[in-house]
Ligand binder design. Structure first.
Ligand SMILES: Cc1cc2nc3c(=O)[nH]c(=O)nc-3n(C[C@H](O)[C@H](O)[C@H](O)COP(=O)(O)O)c2cc1C
Length: 213
């Protein structure tokens, strides 16, 4: 069996040149997003969400990107979860997407706010019933006594809402990551990768710089 240290891959599919990159980072993200969608990537919207407590202790986990536009990037979660508590005391986050077949990585840093109730309601009600019950049943990130406890709790809620609309719990909803910087990484041969970093200026315009790989 080979050593972990010997696992490596050379990237050669594509390149990212300033001349081809859009001056607006969101438009550039939209271009890469559409290419990712067309590449039949499994869980194409899965992204790492990094947060930190006020005293700088980091935590990261995967969440699903559920929308983006000029305002920012949206995901949904439990506001009382560990990430929710970190975002409460330190409303900044970093998102990382990795699209392996395209040899691409995108890193977004930004300021986080909760989405409005209407947007959270709309998304919650668009989810399958099982997912809505799950959100209602699960005290995300809390210690629970067993898996049976959770399954039983979900079963009771399913029965309770058998003939009624499952309400969005007040502790569940969306977050908006308002980007301050977005880095696009394209793998290149011999580790000479392309990295373009966009930073949002005070005038609301995006600046772009090349970073060494
Ligand atoms: C593919 C994948 C998608 C996930 N999507 C979400 C999501 O959209 N929202 C969410 O709250 N948790 C999602 N999770 C679970 C989180 O990774 C995490 O376990 C949970 O949110 C609790 O994190 P926390 O304790 O840091 O708050 C997902 C996990 C995986 C593997």
């Amino acid at each position: 069996m080979g050593s972990i240290a010997d696992i490596r891959k050379d990237y050669k599919l594509k390149e990212l040149q300033e001349a081809d990159a859009h001056e607006n980072a969101i438009v550039q993200f939209d271009r890469w997003w559409k290419e990712a969608l067309n590449s039949e990537i499994d869980e194409v919207n899965a992204m790492t969400l990094a947060t930190a407590s006020a005293d700088g202790v980091p935590a990261a986990r995967i969440v699903l990107l559920k929308g983006f536009d000029a305002r920012g990037f949206r995901f949904f979660s439990n506001y009382n979860s560990f990430k929710g508590m970190q975002l409460e005391e330190n409303p900044r986050a970093c998102l990382v997407l990795f699209w392996k077949v395209l040899e691409r990585q995108v890193r977004i840093t930004g300021l986080v706010e909760k989405l409005g109730e209407k947007e959270s309601d709309e998304y919650f009600q668009s989810r399958p019933a099982g997912s809505r019950i799950g959100a209602l049943a699960s005290p995300q990130s809390e210690v629970i006594e067993s898996s049976e406890w959770l399954i039983d709790r979900a079963a009771k809620l399913k029965e309770k809402y058998a003939h009624a609309e499952i309400p969005r719990p007040p502790y569940w909803g969306g977050y908006l990551v308002k980007p301050v910087s977005i880095e696009f990484w394209q793998g290149r041969p011999n580790r000479l990768h392309d990295r373009l970093l966009y930073t949002l200026g005070e005038d609301g315009k995006w600046g772009m710089e090349r970073l060494a790989p």
